[in-house]
Unconditional design. Structure first.
Length: 482
């Protein structure tokens, strides 16, 4: 029993380790899913905020564009035009637009060149009425070329593609960009004549430095949510694993105690039951004097009860050996024909008692092979007994077919009984398991468990096919060692 205890402890530890690995694996998958979903939600939020920023800038630049008179812009085509009153009027409007919105960095107007529509000229901007004024535009304390203002008619270098799109409809840059004035986003809208033709494109650059701050701040709730959820998940997983491990250990201990109890009870019962059976046989044989007819009748009845009890004890012993991995296999020359007929002698009276028809199909000759007679009997007698017991109560029929081919003994046992419910079929070979539709019929739940253990101990296999309310067929294959 020491070896068995160690095996159970090892099995319990392996089960605990496996449950931990499974639990943390599930937790990890859950965390990955949560992080993934949170990231998707965060990106969706950022995209919505970005779209809102683009739409807001488009609204600003469209509103600004309609404030200008295209006729004024026509007067601003060359450098000296900054001296015209139209220049003062246009620049003043641009200054007002910039000063009325703290986010606007630059407000200026561009126009396609007449001699080359793929280029644009500068018309006016919002920083000075004097295009030659010295102004520190970027606020770095140094006035250099980057701070230079531009007079009208100057070619505008590096014109963005969106400026040309802005000639027909309002638009913005696709992405925010960064330069010496910070993170910016530019918007464009057409300034049109009264006839609908475009005179120039209004351009506004807004500062979006706080956009990244705001989007970063939106990330914090997601991070906090993820952190809290991860903690909750790991706490729950840890608690569940502990509860599960305790349950596994409890079930392992309970299973061990049950096996030990079966072993002890069966061994303690075996000797007195065998002795009782032996004494009853002696009484029937007259070793203690001749019995009256009435006495002999009662003694034979007792002999039947004790015989059934002996079979049950033997079954429990076999189940105990299977459970403990101590099923002993004694191979010896076995005449299969003789062994099968001995079993049929036991089964036929049971079939008659139940009014069940027993159809047997055997080859004319069966070989002698090295098999364990006890294990062969254990399997076949259990299957045939069950078939008779669970066959149709009114028109029971059992078919027993045996074949030998390619060094393998194969046989099938078929009944026309209640069958096995589909949902319970995966449990049918379990110890002490009995199907829900046979609870009213006497049984102990050991038979199929012992039959399977015996077949596997001989290196064979057992399977079945069953349909509820129609019957069950068991198929057994056992290799023959001649």
């Amino acid at each position: 029993m020491g070896k068995n205890k160690t095996d159970i402890q090892l099995g319990s530890k392996k089960g605990a380790t496996a449950s931990k690995a499974l639990g943390f694996g599930i937790a990890l998958i859950a965390v990955i899913i949560v992080v993934g979903v949170s990231w998707v939600l965060y990106r969706h939020t950022v995209n919505l905020m970005t779209q809102n920023l683009h739409h807001r800038l488009e609204a600003i630049v469209r509103t600004a564009a309609v404030q200008f008179d295209a006729q004024d812009l026509d007067q601003l085509r060359e450098e000296p035009d900054y001296l015209k009153p139209e220049w003062n009027r246009v620049v003043t409007q641009l200054i007002n637009i910039r000063e009325n919105n703290d986010d606007i960095v630059f407000a200026y107007i561009l126009r396609k060149r007449e001699d080359d529509p793929t280029q644009m000229d500068f018309v006016a901007d919002s920083h000075s009425l004097d295009p030659y004024a010295k102004i520190d535009l970027d606020g770095n304390g140094i006035i250099d070329d980057s701070d230079a203002l531009t007079p009208p008619g100057t070619i505008y270098e590096d014109v963005p593609e969106e400026s040309f799109i802005g000639y027909t409809s309002s638009t913005t840059n696709k992405e925010l960009y960064e330069d010496q004035w910070g993170v910016l986003l530019s918007g464009y809208a057409p300034i049109k004549y009264s006839n609908g033709e475009t005179a120039a494109v209004m351009t506004i650059d807004i500062r979006a430095d706080d956009f990244f701050t705001i989007t970063s701040q939106t990330l914090y709730p997601f991070l906090i949510f993820i952190g809290v959820l991860v903690v909750i998940l790991f706490v729950l997983v840890t608690v569940i694993i502990r509860i599960w491990n305790k349950r596994v250990e409890f079930m392992a201990e309970l299973d061990k105690q049950k096996d030990e109890l079966l072993s002890i009870v069966s061994h303690q019962l075996a000797t007195p039951v065998s002795s009782t059976k032996w004494y009853l046989e002696m009484m029937i044989d007259g070793d203690f004097g001749k019995l009256s007819d009435e006495q002999e009748k009662h003694v034979k009845s007792m002999q039947g009860v004790v015989g059934n009890l002996a079979d049950l004890v033997s079954m429990i012993l076999d189940v105990s050996r299977i459970q403990l991995g101590r099923m002993k296999v004694d191979l010896a020359d076995l005449d299969l024909s003789e062994a099968i007929n001995e079993i049929l002698v036991v089964i036929e009276p049971k079939a008659k008692e139940r009014n069940a028809k027993l159809n047997v199909s055997l080859p004319k000759e069966l070989p002698v092979a090295k098999l364990d007679k006890r294990l062969i009997r254990m399997t076949l007698e259990n299957l045939l007994s069950n078939a008779v017991k669970y066959s149709d109560k009114d028109a029971g029929e059992v078919e027993f077919t045996v074949e030998v081919a390619n060094g393998t003994l194969t046989y099938s046992v078929k009944d026309n009984g209640c069958g096995i419910p589909e949902k319970e079929q995966d449990k049918i070979f379990g110890k002490l398991f009995r199907a829900s539709n046979i609870q009213s019929i006497d049984g102990n739940g050991f038979g199929l468990y012992a039959a399977k253990g015996a077949v596997e101990a001989l290196g064979g296999s057992i399977r079945f096919e069953s349909t509820e309310n129609k019957g069950t067929t068991f198929f057994v294959s056992i290799p023959l060692n001649k």
